[in-house]
Design a protein around this ligand. Structure first.
Ligand SMILES: [Zn+2]
Ligand SMILES: [Zn+2]
Length: 224
C-alpha cells in the first residue's frame, strides 16, 4: 500500500506507523494484537514455570565440586517471574493509565500470579480508552509486545515461521460497521486467505475485489 503524508485530522498508528482510519492512537490491527497479548500474559507466566526446574535437575545430578553454574536462561525466567518482571511491567502501566485517567490506585495484593492477572485485566478494561486517546499507547503497546515475545522465546522458540505474503488489512466490517483491520497473510503455497481475527475467508476469486476494497480503504484514509 502506498504511504501518503498524513493530512489534517489523520493519524498514524503509534505502534506500526500505518494510517489509522479510526483516527485513534492505535490502529484496529495493533489494538487487537495488544488485547491478545494482554490476555495471554497469565498463561505465559504459568508457562515459564517448567523452565525453572532444568537447572535444579542438572545440579542434583552432578557430584562435581561446586556444582555447575546456573543456566543463563533460568536467570531470565526468574527475573520474568519475579516481582519486577512481568507483573512489574503490567502494574506500572496500569498505574500510569489510572494516573492519566485520575482513577483510584489500589495497592496490589496477593501472589505474583494473582497480581499479574489483576493488572492484565485492569489494562484490558482500559484498552478502548488507551487505543483511542492515550498518547502513551505506542510505548505501552510496544513494551507489552516485547514482553510477550521474550517470554515466548523461552517457552516456544520459533524456528522463524514464514507467515507468507502480507496482503494488507482485512476489509471486513462487523454488524456494527466496525472495520476489522487485522493483517491478512497469504501462506506460501496456499490458495485461500483467512483472517486470523474475524475468520472471514477470501477465496482466490474475490482477491481482485479484495485489492479494490483495500485500495478504496487507503484512498478514503488519504482523503479523510
Ligand atoms: Zn498499528
Ligand atoms: Zn478480519
Amino acid at each position: 500500500m502506498t504511504a501518503a503524508a498524513p493530512g489534517d485530522g489523520e493519524r498514524l498508528c503509534l505502534l506500526c506507523d500505518e494510517h489509522d482510519a479510526m483516527g485513534g492512537m492505535l490502529c484496529p490491527g495493533c489494538t487487537k494484537a495488544t488485547v491478545v497479548r494482554l490476555e495471554c500474559l497469565p498463561d505465559l507466566y504459568a508457562g515459564l514455570l517448567p523452565f525453572l526446574t532444568p537447572s535444579t535437575a542438572v545440579s542434583q545430578g552432578r557430584s562435581g565440586k561446586g556444582g555447575p553454574a546456573p543456566l543463563p536462561v533460568v536467570e531470565g525466567v526468574l527475573d520474568l517471574r519475579g516481582p519486577g518482571g512481568m507483573v512489574g511491567v503490567a502494574e506500572d502501566w496500569l498505574s500510569s493509565v489510572r494516573d492519566a485517567r485520575q482513577m483510584r490506585q489500589p495497592v496490589p495484593a496477593g501472589s505474583v500470579e494473582a497480581r499479574l492477572k489483576a493488572a492484565a485485566a485492569g489494562l484490558l478494561a482500559n484498552m478502548p480508552w488507551i487505543a483511542v486517546s492515550w498518547p502513551e499507547a505506542g510505548t505501552f503497546a510496544a513494551e507489552i509486545r516485547d514482553l510477550t515475545r521474550s517470554v515466548r522465546s523461552i517457552i516456544a522458540p520459533e524456528p522463524a515461521v514464514d507467515r507468507g505474503e502480507r496482503l494488507g488489512h482485512c476489509p471486513a466490517m462487523d454488524s456494527a460497521g466496525v472495520l476489522c483491520g487485522a493483517v491478512l497473510w497469504l501462506p506460501r503455497g496456499e490458495k485461500a486467505v483467512r483472517c486470523e481475527w474475524c475468520d472471514t475467508r477470501y477465496p482466490p476469486y474475490v482477491w481482485g475485489q479484495l485489492k479494490t476494497w483495500m485500495t478504496e480503504d487507503a484512498r478514503a484514509r488519504d482523503a479523510a
